[in-house]
Design a protein around this ligand. Structure first.
Ligand code: AMO
Length: 452
């Protein structure tokens, strides 16, 4: 077995993990344990050495007084380098001076794998490195507890949002990401050569999630990647993001959709605060759960507020990032909250499938949810009447024939419905006060980045 010559590939056997780092405490005093993980820090004080071993759940102190450990163990510890993969056996000893209240005096150290000199530090705060360099070495970067914690929290946000929907009779669906037509307008489509045909990467599951309601599912949701060929690098746009979509039939009006979202986020935030307490502490974030119901402000009111604050917006201007930022300051001052629905957008600013407003002329039954001065969700009631839908497609300059696969099913008793799309990375970024969306994206894709 020549190709294994320098590697320890024997099975772990009696080096199999018995505990995770966060289970080591004074209650285990005197117990024999085995842990596996990475060599985070080595402190060599001559006749005593300390290893900080890191695993998925945190770190644990391994203390090696020369007199109390075997010569072999003491010598092995001296050869360790950052990020060596290790298995360590030893006895737990209660120790007041250690944060967890206990340390481990090792009886054996096995080097499972070695590590070359690291291109970036995994120990936090040693040197400030720029985001680009970090992303170039993202796999190592993600090993940092404060980076890793972001994705535990993202996982938790999605997990409990999904839980809420499942408890409310939603069905999880998986729709095609190679599509024939744009759903959100043609400006930012990625083209795909699909044999002899022209295809695109899906910008949104919009048409298919609606069609699944017409297919007889009462409520559906999908959490999946979508693709936007945004040409500019900004702190809030990436070219592939995770869209959390839901769609519900038989709604009374658009407020049913907003109610579902606020309750879903309230549940998700509340559970995340509870379950992710350690990760939030690592990130020094106080998660404030916004009060129910979330504030609702009409689009025209938002424009008035902005104009009072010195912007010069007309009613059909979209809210640019600057406008959103100003509202991000005004909303807490005026309404005491940073989670606000902006409702009733003008027809000009919304896609063809959006239901025109029955109460506000020229407006739509639609909304955005803004959180700390950034849009995190777009949603609304959809047109379920075939003829009106065709008319609106024509008014937006689309050829209805190209959209027959979407429009035709509306001829057969489509129920009233609505839904939304929530950007998972944007939600994470705003919740954790992260400045650049790339930091809330596991492996970001932007104008310049296609690897790792
Ligand atoms: P919209 O295009 O507004 O709506 O997108 C919905 C949400 O997706 C997020 N988002 C993005 N996140 C990161 N990078 C991007 N380039 C990016 N673009 C959008 C935002 C935004 O609020 N079909 C509709 C939704 C619906 O009505 O159901 C749609 O896609 O958080």
């Amino acid at each position: 077995m020549d190709f294994y010559k320098n590697a320890d590939v024997k099975p772990l056997d009696d080096w199999t993990r018995t505990h995770y780092s966060n289970q080591i405490g004074p209650d285990l005093d005197g117990q024999d344990v085995t842990l596996v993980g990475w060599m985070h820090i080595l402190r060599d004080k001559g006749r005593i050495k300390f290893i900080i071993l890191r695993d998925e759940y945190g770190t644990v102190q391994i203390t090696l007084p020369q007199k109390k450990v075997s010569e072999e163990v003491f010598e092995t510890s001296g050869t360790l380098k950052p990020e060596y993969a290790l298995a360590i056996r030893g006895k737990v000893v209660a120790a007041k001076q250690v944060a967890s209240g206990a340390e481990i005096i090792p009886t054996g150290i096995r080097i499972i794998n070695t590590a070359e000199r690291l291109p970036i530090d995994v120990v936090e705060g040693k040197v400030d490195i720029d985001l680009d360099t970090r992303l170039n070495h993202r796999i190592l970067d993600l090993r940092k507890p404060s980076v890793n914690a972001i994705f535990w929290i993202q996982h938790s946000l999605v997990r409990f949002a999904r839980e809420y929907l499942e408890d409310n009779r939603f069905v999880e669906i998986h729709t095609p990401k190679i599509v024939a037509e744009a759903t959100e307008g043609g400006a930012n489509l990625f083209e795909v050569k699909y044999f002899e045909k022209q295809a695109y990467l899906a910008q949104s599951p919009q048409f298919y999630k609606q069609l699944m309601l017409l297919a007889g599912f009462g409520r559906v949701f999908e959490i999946a990647p979508v693709f936007r060929a945004e040409k500019h690098n900004t702190r809030r746009h990436i070219n592939e993001y995770t869209s959390f979509d839901f769609e519900m039939a038989w709604i009374r009006d658009v407020d049913d959709v907003m109610k579902m979202e606020e309750n879903m986020l309230h549940h998700s935030f509340t559970k995340t605060r509870e379950v992710m307490a350690e990760q939030l502490e690592t990130l020094e974030v106080e998660l404030e759960v916004p009060k129910l119901p979330f504030k609702r402000v009409k689009y025209t009111e938002a424009v008035d507020l902005l104009n009072e604050a010195g912007k010069d917006l007309s009613i059909t201007d979209d809210l640019d990032p600057e406008a959103e930022r100003i509202l991000g300051k005004l909303f807490p001052e005026k309404f005491g909250t940073d989670m606000v629905f902006i409702t009733h957008y003008p027809l000009e600013l919304r896609p063809a499938y959006t239901m025109p407003s029955m109460t506000d002329d020229g407006m739509t039954e639609s909304f955005d949810l803004t959180y700390k001065g950034m849009e995190i969700t777009t949603g609304g009631q959809r047109i379920h009447l075939h003829d009106l839908l065709v008319e609106r497609f024509k008014a937006k300059g689309f050829n209805p024939d190209a959209f027959a696969f979407y429009l035709d099913p509306f001829k057969y008793g489509a129920p009233p419905h609505g839904g939304l799309g929530l950007g998972v990375e944007r939600l994470t970024m705003q919740l954790l006060d992260i400045q650049n969306i790339r930091e809330a994206t596991l492996l970001p894709r932007d104008r310049d980045r296609l690897t790792p």
